[in-house]
Write a protein that binds this ligand. Structure first.
Ligand code: SF4
Length: 213
């Protein structure tokens, strides 16, 4: 099974149980549909970061109070603002399938989530390569709304990336993103070589890490 297929199986809640053949066939079919319909786009920009206190982080116009983000970014002198989307074609596909086949729509939702994670990991790997050339190493992605990082910062983050123009990503007053299969995040960068996996702290073996998000 491909990595994204394994992720989709996990999102569907199979846990350690083997996935049945019919679901696996639906997963494979869904990824084929996604590969055809997705218009993946991403944007990132590097900013200086200042940590005024353990729980206060200043990035350009962003003044963030968050203990969990503060812990995760400790020791970073740069931060990458990141946005990515699978595009409106995927939303249209999910809506279309939902009208006729709810089981397939559920599988498609899981596959789209896995595809988005996979795409973000791929983008992050490229960013990590460029940052390493200047001797900086990335921390895991940290999205507004995660832990005590207030989702309201998503608006400023999207403005700083000019997301509407650069990747066609907008947000409603209730912070829902359009297209829905999209991500915004901060990625810390510092001189400390941590070897963080792109997939983040949840998959990392260093359970005693002081920077765990
Ligand atoms: S727990 Fe792992 S992924 Fe998370 S910050 Fe520490 S080293 Fe990085």
């Amino acid at each position: 099974m491909e990595r994204r297929e394994k992720e989709a199986v996990r999102y569907l809640g199979f846990g350690k149980n083997a996935v049945d053949d019919r679901t696996l066939a639906l997963i494979r079919e869904s990824f084929e549909d996604l590969d055809r319909e997705a218009g993946k786009k991403s944007v990132h920009r590097v900013f200086d970061i200042r940590q005024a206190a353990d729980d206060r982080i200043l990035i350009g116009p962003m003044d963030i109070t968050s203990k969990s983000l503060g812990r995760n970014l400790k020791g970073c002198d740069k931060v990458i603002l990141f946005g990515a989307t699978l595009g409106t074609g995927v939303d249209r596909l999910i809506t279309r399938i939902s009208l006729t086949d709810m089981a397939k729509a559920a599988v498609l939702q899981a596959c789209a989530a896995a595809e988005l994670e996979d795409y973000c990991d791929e983008c992050q790997k490229k960013i990590a390569g460029a940052m390493e050339e200047e001797g900086r190493y990335l921390r895991p992605r940290f999205s507004p709304g995660y832990g005590d990082f207030d989702i309201r910062h998503q608006e400023t983050l999207m403005r700083m990336l000019d997301c509407a123009k650069t990747i066609g990503l907008t947000m409603t007053d209730s912070f829902m993103m359009t297209p829905t299969k999209s991500v915004t995040a901060l990625i810390g960068a510092g001189k400390m070589r941590m070897n963080c996996p792109e997939s983040g702290c949840e998959t990392c073996a260093k359970t005693d890490c002081a920077f765990r998000r």
